[in-house]
Design a protein around this ligand. Structure first.
Ligand code: FMN
Ligand code: SF4
Ligand code: SF4
Length: 401
């Protein structure tokens, strides 16, 4: 069974793409690891973003807390790749090797002026890029970007300028251009429409969510402070952001069903990837899970998707793309009168549902000699008991008439 997929007109051996990050820096990683990347079922890669400005490092720039260990990170430094002269040669070579293994390469760029955006895009194209990904979403605090309306994430605050800049870049190159959007906005569909008007062929969503991963309560310093004790309010990645990513991909897919989407954000397992596809993504990008586990995680995710596809008798990735969207509504739909039911076979009598309903809901659970029982007349079918049950012993169902 082949899970081949499409990415802006290119055929991918799999729907898995390594999202822009430290795994895809051309200098140290990409060229060297292409064979391993392909063996582990990745279909494409997006390079670490190129930026012409100075490379300011917060040291260390990756942080997590014990709660998120091995799954989520805060990325505190710009640590972008500079498009120096030598880099052209390295990028060209990395792309050449990637192509010899059938790997599709998008080159991610970010700039501070229209001329810079256009010139980086042209260089990436000349170096052999298959796709240009416009990084309109890097939350890193970079001085030249922070003060500049045309730079990266700052640009996202002015959708009409996004369209203008995008159209200039799209006009300047022949290869497809995608835009990577920020979740740090009140309505991602405004940005999606802006880049679409600018002529992009696809959208990548999402980049990291701005946040503070934690505070060291002993030192009263943010958990992400650098060796000087400063902390940038930058991006959180990993499973903590998956619900945000899923929602924003669904928003874009519902608003603009024709635009191809690469779904990114917190994918750690095959089912995370399938969830993004069910909500309208054509393929998925993964960054943090690869940094934590290595390229081998691709093979595990791929084989999980393969089993899923076989189990459901789907013929391709596109046959289940967007299947969950019709059930995602923005307003609540009136439901028939329902109530919770406790399955005595599964209940281990821990009492958590009783406390939750008694103190936090509608006091609808009674303690009987035979066990716990829901009074359907008092039950508001809020579902709290189901949420707290450790044994999956509660379900909510339509009341018998
Ligand atoms: C350490 C690190 C570096 C990243 N660098 C970039 C980058 O240079 N360009 C970019 O567009 N996204 C960058 N990202 C964002 C990821 O590509 C991805 O959008 C985000 O982390 C969410 O996906 P994940 O949960 O799979 O990591 C970076 C993320 C991390 C954690
Ligand atoms: S669904 Fe809500 S109201 Fe009904 S039993 Fe459970 S917690 Fe109580
Ligand atoms: S929370 Fe679940 S297992 Fe515990 S008493 Fe309620 S139904 Fe039983």
């Amino acid at each position: 069974m082949s899970l081949s997929s499409k990415w802006l007109g290119y055929k991918l051996q799999s729907p898995l793409i390594i999202a822009s990050g430290q795994n895809t820096t051309t200098g140290s990683n990409l060229g060297k690891w292409v064979e391993t990347i392909v063996e582990n079922k990745w279909g494409g890669v997006v390079t670490k973003t190129y930026f012409p400005g100075s490379d300011v490092y917060s040291i260390p720039y990756l942080w997590t807390t014990s709660q998120y260990k091995n799954v989520a990170m805060q990325n505190c430094g710009p640590n972008l790749q500079q498009f120096s002269r030598g880099e052209d040669r390295r990028l060209k070579e990395s792309i050449r090797i990637s192509h010899s293994y059938g790997l599709v390469v998008a080159v991610s760029i970010m700039a501070s002026s229209v001329d810079e955006w256009v010139s980086l895009a042209k260089r990436a194209e000349a170096d052999g890029a298959d796709i240009i990904e416009l990084n309109y979403s890097c939350p890193a605090a970079i001085n030249s970007i922070e003060t500049n309306k045309l730079g990266g994430y700052q640009l996202s605050k002015t959708p009409d300028i996004v369209t203008e800049v995008t159209s200039k870049i799209v006009e300047a190159v022949k290869i497809p251009v995608a835009a990577k959007l920020t979740p740090n906005t009140s309505d991602i569909t405004v940005l999606a429409r802006a880049v679409l008007s600018g002529g992009v062929s696809g959208i990548t969503a999402i980049n990291t969510v701005q946040g503070i991963i934690g505070v060291d309560v002993e030192t009263a310093r943010p958990a992400c402070s650098d060796v000087l004790g400063n902390a940038f309010k930058t991006g959180i990645s990993g499973p903590a952001i998956k619900p945000v990513g899923l929602r924003l991909v669904a928003d874009i897919a519902q608003a603009l069903p024709e635009i191809p989407i690469t779904g990114v954000g917190g994918i750690n397992t095959w089912s995370d990837a399938v969830e993004y596809i069910l909500l309208g993504a054509d393929n998925v990008g993964i960054c943090t899970a690869v940094m934590h586990n290595g390229f081998g995680i691709g093979k595990k995710i791929y084989s999980g998707i393969e089993d899923y596809v076989k189990r459901h008798k789907y013929r391709s990735i596109s046959s289940f793309k967007g299947k969950a969207l019709e059930h995602v509504t923005s307003v609540s739909v009136e439901c028939p009168k329902s109530s919770a039911v406790i399955d005595p076979e599964k209940c281990v009598n821990c009492g958590r549902c009783y406390t939750a309903c008694h103190e936090g809901a509608y006091d609808a659970i009674r303690k009987l000699k035979s066990g716990l029982k829901v009074n359907p007349k008092k039950c508001a079918a809020c579902g709290l008991c189901k949420v707290v049950c450790p044994n999956n012993a509660v379900y909510v169902t339509v009341n018998a008439v």
